[in-house]
Design a protein around this ligand. Structure first.
Ligand SMILES: [Zn+2]
Length: 408
């Protein structure tokens, strides 16, 4: 019995010593945090002056409910010279839950507000934080980023590393890709809402223009059937193209672009068509890929991924690799309809803008060029796609005819 009592006393004594040690240890840790100038742990991240300067704020936070698990995070904020107040706000808003602190610092360094960080937290995937930061740094609006699925976020972020958005294009981003097209169509109410009237107008205009000899090209018929196209917006957008190529100043612009492309043996040239100053403008953009050693690449134009988010009528590119490219006139169907070429690209581009209308301009023998546009029929895509003049199953190809190059 006495033995047992001795044993209990010894155990109690040891337990008491351990408890006191643990208490002192915790107290030391707490003191280290409150008075960090004595601590090696904090001096590695902060200068003593910085700590003293922020002492009051630090004590305020501690008094407000300090949690050990956030100490490292607060400390990092101090290191990055962000205010403790901000760290406190973020913590209170629960902003430390999904992202890592470095992600927050990266986001805050873009100059964005706490509100934006909160919005990112609630709307987006935490694992894509680096990508979001990159998109924001490139000037992409939050609502557009929010509309992208994971595939586009990662794709675009990857592409932007090699192809940053030129400053002048930032203002053209549009949440709804077809905004610009429909706006422009509405600007042009001359022919009213009578589908037949617009069809007649377009057919008359096209009849005046010389048609390309299609014998060598992928397409077998010589004329497109405007009468097959029923959607009034589509018809008005075609009218925008037809009218564009009536203006000699625009033909001069295209001529200059063709000459530039002929002089570049490494890539085709192209860009986007943007509505500005009450008219459409063909704006050139450097190709996303251009290998200055590879002459084989002069058969394609790779559009940078960000152009998908620009509010435009569509994109354009030139087939101007030689003096006479007539055998490549019209959008390409390389590798079969399913595997590549200009028409396959249209398929992925129309998911944001069903009215997207792309254009390909082909250099012909002599000082001439051919214009083709290609698009989806938004009403009866499949039915019309397979019955239209240039049936591809992927899009309608409309030949706008042959034009003369104009130089000053
Ligand atoms: Zn092409």
């Amino acid at each position: 019995m006495l033995k047992e009592m001795k044993k209990t006393a010894i155990i109690s004594f040891v337990a008491g010593i351990l408890a006191t040690t643990a208490f002192l240890h915790i107290k030391d840790k707490l003191m280290e945090f409150i008075y960090p100038e004595n601590s090696i742990r904090y001096s590695s991240n902060l200068t003593r002056q910085e700590i003293n300067k922020n002492r009051k704020e630090l004590e305020y936070i501690l008094g407000d409910g300090y949690e050990e698990r956030f100490s490292e995070k607060y400390n990092k904020f101090l290191k990055y010279k962000e205010s403790l107040e901000l760290a406190r706000v973020l913590e209170k808003e629960g902003c430390f839950s999904n992202y890592g602190i470095d992600d927050y610092i990266a986001l805050l360094k873009t100059g964005k507000s706490v509100e934006l960080v909160k919005e990112l937290e609630s709307r987006f995937r935490a694992d894509l934080c680096n990508e979001y930061t990159l998109l924001l740094n490139n000037g992409l609006p939050l609502n557009i980023i929010g509309s992208m699925d994971r595939f586009y976020v990662t794709n675009l972020a990857k592409d932007l590393k090699d192809n940053p958005i030129p400053e002048e294009f930032l203002k053209y981003f549009s949440f709804n890709g077809c905004d610009n097209s429909i706006k422009a169509a509405a600007h042009n109410p001359v022919l009213g809402a009578d589908t037949k009237k617009i069809q007649e107008y377009l057919q008359n205009q096209l009849n005046k223009i010389e048609q390309i000899d299609r014998e060598k090209s992928d397409y077998t018929e010589n004329s497109s059937k405007i009468s097959n196209i029923k959607n009034i917006n589509t018809l008005y957008l075609i009218k925008e193209y037809v009218d564009y190529f009536e203006d000699p100043n625009n033909l001069k612009d295209i001529t200059r672009m063709l000459d530039e492309d002929l002089n570049d043996p490494f890539s085709e040239h192209g860009g986007v068509i943007i509505f500005e100053d009450n008219k459409y403008n063909f704006k050139t953009i450097n190709p996303a890929k251009k290998d200055l050693k590879n002459l084989e690449d002069n058969v394609s134009y790779k559009t940078p991924a960000w152009t998908k988010y620009v509010g435009c009528l569509g994109d354009f590119h030139l087939h101007a690799t030689t003096e006479d490219d007539s055998e490549y006139a019209g959008p390409s169907m390389d590798g079969g309809i399913l595997f590549g070429g200009d028409l396959a690209a249209l398929e992925s581009e129309t998911d944001r803008n069903a009215y997207r209308m792309n254009c390909v301009i082909t250099k012909l023998k002599g000082d001439k060029f051919n214009v083709d546009i290609y698009f989806k029929d938004v009403i009866s895509w499949h039915i019309l796609g397979s019955n239209s003049a240039y049936s591809t199953g992927r899009g309608i190809v409309l030949d706008l005819g042959v034009y003369d190059m104009i130089r000053d």
